[in-house]
Structure formats: C-alpha cells, structure tokens
Design a protein around this ligand. Structure first.
Ligand SMILES: CC(C)(COP(=O)(O)OP(=O)(O)OC[C@H]1O[C@@H](n2cnc3c(N)ncnc32)[C@H](O)[C@@H]1OP(=O)(O)O)[C@@H](O)C(=O)NCCC(=O)NCCS
Length: 167
C-alpha cells in the first residue's frame, strides 16, 4: 500500500520510527561509552525518517533543542531510538526522539535522552520551504503532546528572533 500523504493529513503513527543501534567500539569515547555526538547523529537520522515519512518531501534539520544525556550507553549495549511527530506548522515539523539503552544480557532498559528536533520540508525544485500535510491527532496523549509542542515552538521562535537580533 502506498504511504503517500492524503489530503486530510497524516496520523502520528503513519510516520513513527523505531530502530536500534548496537554500540560498537568505534562509537565509543575513552570511557567505553557511546559518544554524545554519535547519539545526536542517530537522533537526527531518526527525526529525518519521521519528517520524510510525514511529508514525502526533501527535509532539512532547522533546529535541535537543548538536550541532556542522563545515563551512559556502554559498548555492547543497544541504543533504542523512537521518533514521533508532535507538531506541524506551515513547512516545519517537530519530532520528539526518545533514546533508551538496553543491556542485551539482562534486558534492563534505561531512558537516556529526549530530543526535540525541528525539520523543514523543501520544494524539490526551488529548495525553498514548502507546506506539509496537516497532522491528524487521534488520542488524548497525542493532543496533550501537541499542546506542549505548540509552547515549545513559541519559545524556539522567540530564541531564533533574539539570536537574529544579536548577530
Ligand atoms: C531551515 C531553513 C530551510 C529555513 O529557511 P528560511 O529561509 O529561514 O525560511 P523561513 O524563515 O520561511 O522558515 C521556514 C520554516 O522554518 C522554520 N524555522 C526556521 N528556522 C527555525 C529554527 N531555528 N527553529 C525552528 N523553526 C525554524 C520557520 O519557523 C518556518 O516554519 P513554518 O513554515 O512552519 O512557519 C534554512 O534556514 C536552512 O536551509 N538552514 C540550513 C539547514 C541545514 O542545512 N541543516 C543541516 C544541518 S546544518
């Protein structure tokens, strides 16, 4: 079945992405835990998949909100990445990415990071921002996350405005 966006919009579950990365020695720092920049790369890719699936257009990262690493992920463990779209505006989309570690021997999982990534859809010819399909919210949980995303977007655009004024 084609996964082309319909005229009514796309549901959150239509674009959701879940993946796992096995942390290998070349992903690690000198402490034997994954590099923060590597986790950010995986977050960016997860969010890109979600944004692409939602709009079926070329997309670029516009912003990644401040994020923290709450626990290390060790070599030999899995990094689990779960991406969900939370908000769309005209051409921009906010994607929430949750990261967990999984110890493959014990099965223990720990939440390590939450990231909010903004992607912008581009027209394939002009490479300028282009409208994206609306987001269909199906559950109270999705509506609550969307309401929080509206506030995050407001603060993000305020920060963008302030940094433009400073530069
Ligand atoms: C993101 C980009 C396409 C925005 O282009 P622009 O000319 O500033 O376009 P606009 O001001 O019309 O913004 C387009 C949309 O992006 C959003 N946007 C732009 N910068 C943003 C930021 N820092 N945070 C959140 N949203 C942002 C705008 O709010 C607007 O959203 P809307 O259409 O849903 O209302 C442009 O800045 C760009 O190409 N950046 C480089 C992207 C890139 O190379 N990323 C890879 C990592 S470096």
């Amino acid at each position: 079945m084609s996964q082309t966006p319909s005229r009514e919009g796309c549901r959150v579950r239509d674009s959701a992405s879940e993946s796992a990365q096995l942390v290998l020695p070349h992903h690690a720092n000198v402490h034997g835990t994954v590099l923060g920049g590597t986790v950010m790369h995986w977050i960016d890719l997860t969010a890109a998949i979600v944004a692409n699936r939602h709009c079926r257009r070329p997309v670029v990262t516009a912003a990644i909100d401040e994020m923290a690493f709450h626990a290390p992920i060790l070599v030999g463990e899995l990094a689990l990445l779960r991406g969900r779209i939370t908000l769309v505006d005209r051409s921009s989309m906010e994607i929430r990415v949750e990261v967990e570690s999984e110890n493959l021997l014990s099965g223990e999982r720990r939440h390590t990071s939450t990231a909010f990534v903004t992607f912008v859809a581009l027209d394939p010819v002009t490479r300028r921002p282009t409208p994206v399909p609306r987001l269909i919210l199906e559950s109270d949980e999705e509506r609550a996350e969307h309401a929080r995303a509206v506030e995050r977007r407001r603060l993000r655009l305020e920060r963008r405005e302030a940094s433009t004024r400073e530069s």
